[in-house]
Design a protein around this ligand. Structure first.
Ligand SMILES: C[S@@+](CC[C@H](N)C(=O)[O-])C[C@H]1O[C@@H](n2cnc3c(N)ncnc32)[C@H](O)[C@@H]1O
Length: 215
């Protein structure tokens, strides 16, 4: 299912702040070197959306779950306030080695702390205080319920969590779609919508992007 009509999509992309050379080169390198996985990378419009949200929340401490080759981490790191830090979580040394090179080129390497480990372990090891200003969840879909809970308890009031792929190409409304990722995304969508600790909106941006703000 196209979430956005393709003609409108081209128009949206043409009317959003363009990606700079670093992001364009990273997208091209990812497509060339990892054609089977490049579709996991977020796009120009979602990247700009993340940068804007990070700026608008005045975030100093951000967490990313699912770094891949680094597109979203560059977009988040660029939006941080002076002295801000991004904790980036992934399990792949290979993919994040591409990210590291592009963080250097983007001038944000000094504000990103990469942890190579299952994200649930990394998040559970963080202090339980409400110190996180911004978080982006874009990793294994079956992990979302755990990532959300670990992050929302550590989010400061007014802090924001963004969850990617919350429409699963429309499969959330197809009762025949029952793979574990589809089931997990329906579960987290229901959890977020009913969670009284937060206010939220599920946007038809790309593959579905949910924005959550802690009350
Ligand atoms: C959809 S990609 C992330 C795309 C990235 N946000 C971007 O903008 O390019 C998902 C990433 O999650 C990572 N991942 C999968 N399972 C994980 C886990 N249990 N803990 C941490 N990262 C995991 C994968 O290695 C992969 O790099």
């Amino acid at each position: 299912m196209d979430i956005v009509n393709p003609a409108l999509n081209d128009y949206l992309l043409a009317h959003c702040t363009p990606a700079d050379d670093v992001l364009r080169d990273l997208a091209a390198e990812t497509r060339g070197a990892l054609p089977g996985q490049a579709g996991m990378q977020i796009t120009q419009d979602e990247g700009m959306f993340l940068t804007l949200l990070v700026r608008l929340t005045g975030a100093r401490l951000a967490v990313e779950v699912g770094t891949f080759t680094g597109y979203s981490s560059i977009c988040i790191a660029r939006g941080l306030s002076a002295g801000g830090r991004l904790l980036a979580c992934d399990v792949s040394d290979e993919w994040t080695s591409v990210a590291r090179r592009h963080w250097e080129r983007a001038g944000v390497a000094d504000r990103i702390d990469l942890r190579i480990a299952p994200a649930a372990e990394t998040l559970r090891g963080l202090p339980r205080e409400e110190t996180i200003d911004f978080a982006f969840i874009d990793a294994d879909k079956t992990g979302y319920p755990v990532y959300y809970e670990e992050l929302v308890t550590r989010l400061r009031p007014g802090g924001v969590i963004v969850l990617d792929n919350t429409l699963r190409s429309g499969r959330v409304v197809d009762p025949a779609a029952q793979d574990p990722a589809d089931v997990a995304i329906r579960a987290i969508n229901d959890t977020v919508a009913a969670d009284e600790r937060v206010e939220s909106v599920l946007l038809p941006l790309r593959d579905g992007v949910t924005v959550v703000r802690k009350r």
